[in-house]
Design a protein around this ligand. Structure first.
Ligand SMILES: [Zn+2]
Ligand SMILES: [Zn+2]
Length: 175
């Protein structure tokens, strides 16, 4: 219990340092680590502890500093994720934090899994290609159309892989 409090403090210490060093950024408590380009806020999980919490915080700060807003398609989203981790590793040095490379690869793999799962047709399970408007997928097999969120800079954890995640945000009726 004491150890947990200490670890929490480490995250909070980093948070206050980041807030002081980057006064233009806004940090807000939330359910998960997330960069919201819409509101310009970095959300942090208030119950997260330990190194991973610090890494996540730095990662979202990376997105914010790079002013990631929109992306055209899933492939570009993955590129932005890599950029955010590069930036995070860079700023981490000034706080004496080293982000584990294996953790970064795990996070990117989770993203790849997530992108893959949302490209699967919810009706017939055919793997489909994203439509040119980047917010929809259309099944060439059964013609189901489903929507995907155009913005997704939230953390995707490999540890939640076994938990069913909402890969499909809403379904459009194809007829
Ligand atoms: Zn289908
Ligand atoms: Zn990210």
């Amino acid at each position: 219990m004491v150890a947990m409090t200490l670890r929490n403090n480490i995250m909070e210490q980093l948070l206050s340092k980041l807030a002081a060093d980057f006064p233009s950024l806004t940090y807000a408590p939330g359910k998960q680590f997330c960069w919201s380009p819409e509101t310009g806020e970095i959300f942090y999980n208030t119950t997260a502890t330990g190194s991973r919490a610090e890494w996540s915080l730095l990662h979202e700060t990376g997105h914010a500093l790079l002013a990631h807003k929109t992306y055209s398609g899933d492939f570009e989203l993955l590129k932005l994720e890599i950029c955010a981790w590069d930036k995070a590793s860079d700023i981490a040095k000034s706080y004496g934090v080293i982000i584990d490379d294996e953790h970064i690869q795990d996070c990117l793999d989770s993203y790849r899994d997530w992108l893959y799962s949302r490209s699967i047709c919810p009706t017939c399970s055919t793997k489909c290609l994203q439509q040119s408007n980047y917010t929809q997928y259309r099944c060439f097999n059964c013609h189901t159309v489903w929507g995907v969120s155009p913005s997704r800079f939230c953390r995707s954890y490999r540890s939640t892989k076994n938990v069913k995640q909402p890969a499909v945000f809403h379904l459009f009726n194809p007829r």
